[in-house]
Design a protein around this ligand. Structure first.
Ligand code: G3D
Ligand code: MG
Length: 183
């Protein structure tokens, strides 16, 4: 295929959610297919790059994954990180109700304040390997997905990798579609 037809996109994606829900672990699992349980607490923001190639369409996508700190003390600085985002993952922990309530009460409110109105997001219930500790029902997550108009509601495990790639790809495909690409 001729290189002239090649299209390149740089997409800034925000990973949002309370401290401890598994944001850094999800990014790590997606980018390096590994899981470590000894991350230092994210300070401010980590920006991780991931290049994806859609060979059949001759599209190259560079994702800039902004893994934003959930700690309260960074709340003010956090807001500017939303600028220029074309999509977000809103992450809660299926074993922690508060992290689920904070999606609507905190993260989405901030996001809507700073991101463009039509910026898409996927709702992620992480830690689904901890089924025995589950407190957030799938039905409630599906309801929230409808209420907040998320493009998908997906349960993941950053630990065993379940659905992690799927979650990122669903968002990326949606973003590319809104940019006129045929997915
Ligand atoms: P954060 O970036 O949202 O703050 P981290 O969250 O990625 O730092 O993860 C917080 C803790 O949850 C870590 O444990 C991490 O190992 C664990 N964790 C993340 N994702 C999963 C998952 O899918 N399943 C399970 N079982 N645990 C997960 P520690 O003990 O290091 O605090
Ligand atoms: Mg982190």
């Amino acid at each position: 295929m001729s290189s002239e037809k090649r299209k390149e996109f740089v997409l800034k994606i925000a990973i949002l959610g309370d401290a401890g829900v598994g944001k850094t672990s999800l990014v790590n699992q997606y980018v390096t297919h590994s899981f470590k349980s000894d991350y230092r607490k994210t300070l401010g923001v980590n920006i991780v790059r991931k290049d994806i190639e859609f060979k059949s369409k001759d599209i190259q996508v560079r994702l800039l994954l902004w893994d934003i700190a959930g700690q309260q003390q960074y709340e003010k600085a956090r807001n500017k990180y939303y600028e220029g985002c074309v999509g977000a993952l809103l992450v809660y922990d299926i074993t922690r109700d508060l992290s689920f309530l904070d999606i609507e009460g905190k993260w989405l409110r901030d996001f809507n304040k700073y991101a463009n109105d039509d910026t898409p997001y996927v709702l992620i219930g992480n830690k689904n390997d901890l089924e025995e500790d589950r407190t957030v029902k799938i039905q409630d997550a599906l309801k929230l997905k409808e209420t907040i108009n998320a493009i998908e509601c997906i349960e993941t495990s950053a630990k065993n990798g379940e659905n992690v790639e799927n979650a990122f790809i669903k968002l990326v495909n949606h973003v590319l579609k809104t940019k006129g690409e045929d997915f």
